[in-house]
Design a protein around this ligand. Structure first.
Ligand SMILES: [Zn+2]
Length: 91
């Protein structure tokens, strides 16, 4: 088993052969048909169905889907706010 590394590939172009998978909810990123199109995140089953491929054996890159990324940032922000709140109360 490969070990998962948590991290966001920000601004780094993902190889066309790599399939981006959300490390939180397991959704995979749909291929873009139009330049500038927003990312679409779909289930593995939907991906296989849509492109007629088997995901097993394909190289994956682990990232956050748009939903989990927003959720993650939200949590980071609120935990930071909570920390600064505590710091203020302590100080
Ligand atoms: Zn996700």
């Amino acid at each position: 088993m490969a070990t998962f590394r948590l991290g966001v590939n920000h601004g780094r172009p993902v190889e066309a052969s790599l399939i981006a998978m959300c490390c939180v909810c397991g959704l995979v990123r749909a291929r873009k048909t139009v330049d500038g199109e927003a990312d679409r995140w779909i289930s593995k089953r939907a991906y296989e169905h849509m492109y007629g491929v088997r995901l097993v054996g394909n190289p994956f890159t682990h990232t956050y889907c748009s939903g989990c990324h927003a959720d993650f940032m939200q949590r980071m922000r609120s935990s930071r706010q909570a920390l600064s709140h505590l710091a203020k109360r302590a100080g």
